[in-house]
Design a protein around this ligand. Sequence first.
Ligand SMILES: Cc1cc2nc3c(=O)[nH]c(=O)nc-3n(C[C@H](O)[C@H](O)[C@H](O)COP(=O)(O)OP(=O)(O)OC[C@H]3O[C@@H](n4cnc5c(N)ncnc54)[C@H](O)[C@@H]3O)c2cc1C
Length: 386
Amino acid sequence: MSANLRFDQIRLPPECETLRQDVRAFIAQEVAAGTFDPNQAAHGDLHSAGLSRRVGARGWIGMTWPKKYGGHERSFLERYVVTEEFRAANAPVRLHFVADRQSGPILLKYAPEHIKADILPRICRGEACFAIGMSEPGSGSDLFAAKTRATRTNGGWLINGSKIWTSNAHVADYMLGLFRTSPATKENRRHGLTQFLVDMKTPGIRVNPIYQMTGQHDFNEVVFEDAFMPDDHALGEIDSAWKQATSELAYERSGPERFLETFYVLLELVRALGPKPDLRSAEGLGRLVAQLHTLRRMSVSVNGMLQAGQEPVVEGSIVKDLGTVWEQKLPARVRELAAFLEPEATNRTTLEEQIAFATMIAPKLTIQGGTTEVLRGIIARGLGLR
Ligand SMILES: Cc1cc2nc3c(=O)[nH]c(=O)nc-3n(C[C@H](O)[C@H](O)[C@H](O)COP(=O)(O)OP(=O)(O)OC[C@H]3O[C@@H](n4cnc5c(N)ncnc54)[C@H](O)[C@@H]3O)c2cc1C
């Protein structure tokens, strides 16, 4: 087995506890002011411009980025706490979340200086929303089959083709898109793709909604017809985006959002069972909490490794795989444990609504951010098994 696989024994440092209390107080204030209801996963908004701005004003976006770009030079573990608290409270933070998690770090590494100086501070203020333009109708898990073309023109590139399942595209200011600038080569089938910063207001871009089974509008098809991208919007080395796109995935896969998306059903179950659950329920609950605790330790570890400048791609994939399978099974497990609740349990209706909603979103959890099978392939390769 490969010695490359490791989960360092990392604990959240004491400053994270103070921060956690600050974030909780902020969330309580927002809930009291009616910005969102943590118990209404099914009916709540996914985006809130006001909330994103207020989170930015508190210094909780771009937390790990340099101060000169509006960042706060805090640690990945502090960022972890903020993400965890907002996710656990079901807060509608999607307007800034993708930019904070992965688009900003890519711009920091690969964008020219004037673009960093313009866009990164806006992300930190909660004013710039990003989408990820990787998947296409014929290219999902196999990113390197992407066909949407960028062809050379005067002063830049013309984009033609389409992206699909693009979360946020209908509200995004920018997309980081992966486009074909050259054919793949015989030696390297991953060659030939370049990552671009796409201004979503560019003429020639059309966004068509795709609705979720729940009726929510979350992702989209994005069609490009001769959309012009200036030269300075090509990020990094032309034709070599595979190096950038895969390092982005370590950020995308390892956070607490990868096992907390259905967490509200567990909280609701705890409320329903009350302080003295029967033995069977207590045992079931205990198992779920122990599993959650283990996932969290692993996820904290990966984030600690990111903090140390490592790229824990395999470890991040393990967290994503175990985490999404766990959160996907959670609604059914909670339904079983709730089966013997007294009909008059005070929050029974809320619990049932929450379970129904979580069951409807569960299928997507092991697909978004990389499917279970693909992640297991990456893990197997990392362990030297294939
Ligand atoms: C809610 C949601 C949000 C999303 N948001 C975005 C977004 O913002 N931007 C974006 O670019 N994409 C997004 N996606 C798309 C997502 O990344 C893709 O759906 C995913 O990568 C799978 O691709 P696919 O749907 O083409 O399925 P395919 O790749 O065709 O896979 C179909 C099946 O084959 C299996 N499979 C494929 N390849 C292998 C292999 N090598 N080994 C073993 N099994 C394999 C898969 O596991 C899966 O079960 C989102 C998806 C969802 C569900």
